[in-house]
Design a protein around this ligand. Structure first.
Ligand code: DAV
Length: 381
């Protein structure tokens, strides 16, 4: 039986994984996570299990999402939450607790018949993949073509990070300059990436170069998938470049919404322009602040889940994003989800693809001189 198949974020969704908020912790500070928590966030320095009432509220919204998906004919699996409030000790590092399994999208990268448990770049997330072992074992038993892959397990020792990144007076302005220069807290010591930095468009993978994903990871993907093209994209307007799915979000073949505060630079647009892809500015969020104890920005408004080329699930309070999608010709299904945001993201983050109809298409047949294309010869590491 075919269980695993997905080549993009917009073909008809038939089977996915939806996360759980149980036991989720605010992980202790570590070299990479300082970047994730905005400089002015009250979460700085906080750690430990999240308050139980917030876990229950998040789980209620996640369970409701499952109902909505099942109502639309989508089969749903759930992870098994570990006791995340345990220390992680490896030969290369120690950290006081793990994180959680609300956002499967951060960990699991589906490419065709493969699901890759990605390396992950936070020490607190080193063992997070275990939450998905039961469902992945099941797919392995049921689907003779399914390939269960682990990208190289990283050391995440001191060499993996620039330990002086936060020395002195680091302001948001400094961080913006660094994003533009592609100078991030993670080094090129080893292969580092989170699945949520990879945007899949058939034969092409567009990968955000930022705090959680480095160039060596893109080279690893290129070697794993020799028939595909891997592109490095970066978004200079983002002081905290972590995960591409609140920045550059495909809606259907030929159409992408781009965060207006984080526009894709001109020279990186060539490949889209040469192939008649339209990049439109996403509508603004209905909120000026994320909910309390949330790592992510207000741009979770555009972290939506596309069910097929005409149907999309959007957070219920994000009226501007809904209106824009309505005008673009989509049926919009609003669901409440803000209580789940603090646990690791929005509707896209909270899900991972298992099966979408469709095959591997070439959406970019016109090749141009493309500065984003990853090649070994042009490597910058
Ligand atoms: O805008 O804070 C959130 C992405 C979470 N996976 C942001 C990015």
């Amino acid at each position: 039986m075919k269980v695993v198949n997905s080549w993009n974020d917009f073909d008809p969704l038939k089977h996915c994984i939806v996360g759980r908020a149980d036991n989720c912790c605010i992980a202790p500070s570590e070299p990479a996570s300082k970047v994730k928590v905005p400089l002015d966030s009250p979460m700085r320095g906080m750690t430990g299990p999240r308050p139980l009432d917030t876990v229950e509220k998040a789980n209620a919204q996640l369970d409701n999402l499952v109902k909505v998906l099942e109502g639309r004919g989508v089969k749903v699996d759930r992870p098994d939450a570990l006791q995340w409030n345990q220390a992680v000790v490896t030969p290369h590092f120690m950290t006081g607790s793990m994180f959680g399994c609300m956002p499967p999208r951060d960990v699991l990268l589906t490419i065709g018949r493969d699901i890759i448990c990605t390396s992950m770049s936070f020490r607190s997330r080193f063992f997070e993949h275990y939450a998905y072992s039961r469902v992945l074992r099941k797919y392995f038993e049921q689907d003779p073509e399914f390939r269960w892959i682990y990208s190289p397990r990283p050391e995440l020792g001191d060499a993996s990070f620039d330990l002086h990144y936060f020395d002195g007076d680091v302001t948001e302005e400094t961080l913006l300059e660094r994003t533009a220069k592609k100078y991030f807290v993670s080094t090129e010591h080893e292969i580092l990436f989170d699945a949520a930095d990879v945007l899949r468009l058939g034969k092409d993978l567009f990968v955000q170069h930022g705090s959680t994903t480095n160039l060596k990871a893109m080279e690893w993907l290129r070697r794993m998938y020799p028939d595909m093209r891997v592109h490095a994209v970066n978004f200079p307007g983002d002081p905290y470049p972590i995960h591409i799915d609140a920045t550059f979000v495909p809606l259907r073949p030929g159409l992408i919404i781009n965060n207006p505060e984080r526009p894709l630079p001109k020279e990186q647009r060539k490949i889209f322009e040469a192939n008649d892809w339209e990049i439109v500015e996403a509508a603004k969020s209905a909120h000026t602040e994320p909910p309390p104890l949330c790592y992510s920005s207000v741009w979770l408004s555009m972290n939506l889940l596309v069910l097929d080329h005409k149907t999309v699930i959007v957070e219920e309070s994000e009226v501007y994003q809904q209106e824009q999608l309505d005008k673009l010709g989509f049926e919009v299904i609003p669901v409440p989800f803000r209580d789940a945001y603090p646990f690791g993201g929005g509707l896209h983050c909270a899900t991972a693809d298992v099966y979408r109809e469709g095959t591997c298409q070439d959406y970019f047949p016109n090749q141009v001189d493309d500065p984003t294309l990853i090649t070994y010869e042009n490597r910058a590491w």
